[in-house]
Design a protein around this ligand. Sequence first.
Ligand SMILES: C[S@@+](CC[C@H](N)C(=O)[O-])C[C@H]1O[C@@H](n2cnc3c(N)ncnc32)[C@H](O)[C@@H]1O
Length: 254
Amino acid sequence: MLEHSGVLIPREKSYLFENRLRPLLRRYQCASLDDLFARAVGEDDAELVGAVIELMTTHETSFYRDPPAFVALAAEFERLHQAGKQEINVWSAACSTGEEPYSIAFVVDQFRRRRPGININILASDIADETLARARAGVYFNLGSYLPNEYEGRYFTRRERRWVVVENIRNMVQFEHFNLLDVKRRGRTFDIVFCRNVALYFPDEIRLPFFHDLAGCLKSEGMLVVGSSESMYRATNRYHRARHGEFFYYRRAN
Ligand SMILES: C[S@@+](CC[C@H](N)C(=O)[O-])C[C@H]1O[C@@H](n2cnc3c(N)ncnc32)[C@H](O)[C@@H]1O
């Protein structure tokens, strides 16, 4: 897990391995978990490694998780617009099942009603392919408790007992597989990066250089939003802290 995704499962939680991975034994015709690990590591079986990562990483997320982040995002769009930007690129760097990038798309849609003509692109990525497929589909059993009420009717349709993100919002988000451990090879820069609630699972020796390298994906003074319980304290001098009201985020230092 650590080598492929950076995610560290603490020893006291290793029982999770057994429960979550047991369904893979039959699928990969392994007699025991030891066999499964031997095959994943020894044969360098990318599909099996992907299935293990899928089951072992937490994909918890929700629409408008930490709502002040989206208020700060709208303010950043306005700031960039005032600065004369015609195109803004946003990256949701560990997008899980899609609630985060679609929430970003709702903010974009609201912003464009006031400022038509500005081009805002949203890229969303994750390491887990089945999770990404669910994100692309945009079908949800519940919308969580943070989504503004009026957005239910505006951005979703009902299909049986599920909520489906409307097509024009789905088309605003481009999804792709990307492992954050490859961040040095990203080869693109963004105006705004959401990288929330993923690096907290990386041990310090991965997390600190990761945030250092992530700065290379941001334009100068670009905005980095991390999770509400995450801190860049001691991580790197490539950012400075910024705030919108009570909400803290980071900007790439020049
Ligand atoms: C807890 S979710 C966070 C989702 C969203 N960013 C949020 O804050 O609501 C963490 C996601 O990080 C993904 N992940 C874990 N390790 C990763 C890595 N090395 N590269 C890319 N994504 C990773 C997991 O698959 C999972 O979907």
